[in-house]
Design a protein around this ligand. Structure first.
Ligand code: ATP
Ligand code: MG
Length: 325
């Protein structure tokens, strides 16, 4: 039985970086004998203009039937596509590894994994405006916190058994304190510390190697992972996986980057490393590891997009990495 993969190229630089990643996915699948059935479907701003909905019913049907979704960035309609997929399939843990790549100029050395809660917090979409007052509800549940903390535990057990819980319980004394308390309870037996989100932002720049696994809520995770990605060398390199108890979705951390779209200069490595995470999740560490090594080799050989100091095109990088495989 093949794994059913639904590919959503997305908006802006999405189609370019996803095309480059597909060279690599196909090469890795062929080399390592991974049976994939790949289908492609539209979603995002372009779909909204074309069909009047950002997530067309046909795409949703294919997503329902898939084992795994491989997605490029979505533009303005990200909430209607990315958040919808996360909520619909309860992909409650967003895994964002941040690590330097040899040959890529970085702010500092960093090697950690963010485990970002992915379906709660202010992302539940409970916003109201009443006259001169606008209100957003921040929702944290015990069940939601326990399940994402268990994912953080799993990653910690594969690494240094160390987790930092990031929150702002000195201000959100009910909601964030609840997240912290439930998380700390769930992480017993590991080396655990906690940090306010503002301090964590500072430490990520000052001394990022102090972090190993970072567990945090949805919005803090959103912000801190862009920061951490830049510390490691830029958004063009940062992959992610959205995990739940069934399906999973893999996508680059970055957005649609409309400022550079259509020019063939976007860095596909974030998307290619997301593909490596997908193979890992499919139980194929061999293919995942081969992709990571090929990415490193291609950078060291100077096949790089302009954001990391080269002059290669998006598609060239994809083809070159595929050829190494
Ligand atoms: P979103 O709201 O969807 O997060 P954003 O406006 O925050 O999007 P991003 O698209 O995430 O912006 O990217 C911010 C900037 O980083 C872009 O304008 C672009 O210059 C740069 N960037 C992002 N991704 C890449 C990439 N893959 N390759 C090169 N540069 C990138
Ligand atoms: Mg962004």
């Amino acid at each position: 039985m093949p794994y059913k993969v639904l590919v959503i190229p997305g908006d802006g630089i999405g189609p370019e970086v996803v095309e480059a990643a597909l060279y690599v996915i196909n090469a890795a699948a062929a080399k390592y004998g991974v049976d994939l059935e790949v289908k492609t479907a539209e979603a995002g701003d372009a779909a909204l203009r074309k069909y009047g909905v950002a997530m067309p019913p046909e795409t949703l049907k294919l997503a329902d039937a898939s084992d795994v979704i491989f997605k490029g960035p979505i533009g303005e309609s990200a909430y209607d596509v990315t958040s919808l997929i996360r909520m619909r399939y309860v992909l409650y843990a967003n895994i964002r590894p941040v690590k330097n790549l040899p040959g890529v100029p970085a702010v500092r050395d960093i090697d950690c994994v963010f485990v970002r809660e992915n379906v709660e917090d202010v992302y539940v979409g409970a916003e109201y405006k009443v006259g001169d007052v606008a209100i957003a509800l921040k929702v944290i549940t015990g069940v939601g916190t326990r399940r994402v903390a268990r994912v953080a535990r799993r990653y910690a057990e594969m690494r240094k058994r160390k987790v930092t819980v990031v929150h702002k319980a000195n201000v959100l004394r009910v909601v964030d304190a609840f997240f912290r308390d439930v998380a700390l309870e769930e992480l017993k037996g590991l080396e655990v510390d906690q940090m306010y989100v503002d301090a964590a932002a500072m430490e990520l720049v000052r001394n990022p190697l102090r972090f190993d696994v970072v567990l945090t809520t949805n919005q803090y995770g959103d912000i801190l992972t862009d920061l951490a990605a830049q510390v490691a060398g830029g958004l063009g390199l940062a992959p992610s996986g959205n995990l739940g108890d069934g399906k999973a979705m893999f996508e680059p951390v970055h957005g649609a980057a409309f400022d550079i779209a259509g020019r063939g200069i976007a860095n596909p490595i974030a998307t290619i490393l997301s593909a490596a995470m997908m193979f890992e999740w499919l139980g194929r560490s061999d293919a995942a590891q081969a992709i990571r090594s090929a990415v490193e080799r291609s950078i060291l050989q100077g096949v790089k997009t302009p954001d990391i100091g080269g002059n290669s095109k998006t598609a060239e990088v994809g083809r070159y990495i595929a050829s190494i495989l």
